[in-house]
Write a new protein. Structure first.
Length: 319
């Protein structure tokens, strides 16, 4: 009798797995599709996920909703996706849950990042360094000089993830010690930056561009290897003499292990088609980003390269 119950239990598990991860990619989706993101509302990750969701809903004929699960370095969002078991949940994230969390939570990470399978990168992200407009500085070197003069009066914040390693490394090499202020809401960080309660903010240009355009804050550098076409006069960190701040951010879609390669390729193909939409490009450009849709293999290489760069950087950074 026990053997019979075990066999029935195994058959039930197999049946549920087939229900959760449909094998026929052409008939998918059969229900609401959920895109979970670790970013709070109003952040660069949030405002770029939503246009994709809108266009995917039209293409698929099913509702596509974006669900914000910020906090805990993206662990909340990542585990929600991996525990979804419905075959209709995706993760839209930066590298943090797949790269820097391996360092930040070494030995205690409650999920395996390799269980998040690449579907496609979606956006080329320009990471900007913002300072208050009232601060007497217009470059990274001037900021460092100001921070040295006003020791104990400055602090910093930024998007959680790889920047949690890059910015402290930059500060150590510059000989300044700034405490990091955590924010759950981007709007609060931006208000504090504009009012000089926060003096250094490293986050997507999309988050900071509106206030920069109205003169409430200043963008003094971008971390990318190339200048942003949206602020061509703003130098890169490397051009400013601080190559340790060079960082290429990305945003992309990932699926939980168990979703078939066929289905991931189908979703990726739909993302590619949407990525060619001029309306989407215009909406991204308006907030200082560019659409960049890649193959799963290209996204995996981006993740692998970021892991390797972080490993090299942490080994080279003085403690």
């Amino acid at each position: 009798m026990r053997t019979t119950h075990l066999a029935l239990g195994l058959l039930t598990t197999i049946a549920l797995s087939f229900t959760a991860f449909p094998g026929n990619a052409q008939s998918w989706p059969t229900q609401v599709v959920k895109i979970i993101t670790p970013f709070p509302p109003g952040s660069g990750g949030d405002v770029t996920a939503r246009p994709f969701a809108e266009k995917l809903a039209v293409r698929w004929g099913k509702p596509v909703i974006v669900e914000n699960r910020p906090g805990a370095d993206g662990i909340i969002a990542a585990t929600a996706v991996l525990n979804s078991n419905d075959g209709h949940t995706l993760l839209y994230t930066n590298g943090g849950p797949l790269t820097s969390n391996l360092l930040a939570h070494a030995g205690s990470l409650p999920y395996n990042p390799d269980d998040l399978l690449p579907v496609a990168a979606a956006a080329e992200v320009y990471v900007a360094i913002g300072v208050p407009a009232s601060l007497a500085t217009s470059s990274l070197s001037e900021f460092v000089a100001q921070a040295r003069l006003k020791r104990g009066q400055f602090n910093w914040s930024g998007t959680p993830g790889s920047l949690d390693y890059l910015v402290p490394g930059f500060l150590k090499r510059a000989g300044i010690d700034l405490p990091r202020v955590p924010y759950r809401e981007v709007s609060m960080a931006m208000q504090d930056l504009a009012q000089d309660r926060l003096q250094f903010y490293a986050a997507a240009l999309a988050t900071q561009l509106p206030m920069a355009q109205t003169g409430k804050i200043k963008i003094i550098a971008v971390t990318n290897s190339q200048r942003s076409p949206f602020l061509p006069d703003v130098p890169t960190a490397r051009e400013s003499g601080f190559p340790e701040l060079e960082y290429e951010a990305f945003l992309g879609f990932f699926a939980p292990r168990g979703m078939s390669a066929e289905l991931r390729e189908r979703i990726g193909a739909d993302l590619h088609a949407i990525g060619a939409d001029a309306d989407l490009a215009g909406r991204f450009n308006a907030i200082g980003m560019r659409v960049r849709v890649t193959s799963p293999a290209e996204l995996q290489k981006i993740v692998t390269d970021e892991r390797a760069a972080l490993a090299r950087y942490t080994q080279a950074t003085p403690q």
